[in-house]
Design a protein around this ligand. Structure first.
Ligand code: B16
Ligand code: MG
Length: 216
């Protein structure tokens, strides 16, 4: 039986981290915190609600539930404005070739992302039609490193977890893939993504020969 491939979105298919950064930075200004690119590293793969909690902790700001709700909504409005112009030029290198290969070979393809904006982003960059199923921040209750997102994707593909391969850029995402009993290709720093079975600095460096090998 051929394998299923489950892709994380931000940091694997597209680089939306820069837009999340800008949106969090302008929000943080409201309570006088200078949000840095280093701070943003801790937000990768982390849900929107958890990200706001982290930001408030960094700023040592005690917010009311009403403020939190308002800021979550403001952050997302700013983020949606920033991603509104996204197009296929923002697809990370090598990803279209991997998706083409998998589709030609008849492998099943899923999305496993923490983002609640995943579907419109895939649509904007023109990749939505490659995906047999999507599991995103709207359909899971437990965030990565919990394996829920990937187990649900495997279930929706009709495959056992051991027949699925995950592509992930976040430490928590790699941990989630391994906790799900799946093979994992990490994208990023191998000293951080230690649990990944394979690790490449960038998506461009993932060899198609490895995808072929893992897809049988
Ligand atoms: P949204 P992934 C994650 O997506 C991002 O890495 C993370 O920075 C973001 O906070 C999260 O999605 C939620 O995104 O605000 O759009 O719901 O890497 O799991 O695809
Ligand atoms: Mg990611």
């Amino acid at each position: 039986m051929s394998k299923g491939f489950i892709f994380d979105l931000d940091g694997v298919i597209v680089d939306t981290a820069k837009y999340h950064y800008e949106a969090w930075k302008s929000l943080a200004q409201q309570f006088g915190y200078d949000f840095t690119p280093q701070d943003n590293e801790h937000f990768k793969g982390v849900s929107r609600v958890k990200s706001l909690e982290l930001l408030l902790e960094m700023a040592q700001y005690k917010a009311t539930p009403e403020q939190k709700d308002r800021w979550l909504s403001e952050k997302n409005t700013a983020y949606l404005a920033l991603i509104s112009h996204m197009n296929d030029k923002e697809i990370l290198p090598g990803i279209p070739q991997i998706l083409d290969l998998l589709q030609r070979q008849g492998n099943l393809i899923a999305l496993g992302s923490a983002s609640k904006n995943a579907e419109p982003i895939l649509e904007k960059v023109g990749l939505l039609s490659y995906f047999n199923t999507l599991v995103d921040g709207n359909s899971v209750s437990k965030a990565k490193p919990d394996p829920e997102v990937f187990l649900k994707a495997a279930q929706q593909l009709g495959l056992p977890p051991e027949d699925c391969v995950v592509l992930e850029d976040a430490k928590a995402g790699v941990a989630a893939a391994k906790a799900a009993g799946m093979q994992c290709i990490g994208v990023g720093d191998a000293t951080i993504l230690k649990l990944a079975d394979y690790c490449f600095e960038t998506t461009a460096a993932i060899p198609l020969s490895l995808i072929k090998e893992l897809s049988q």
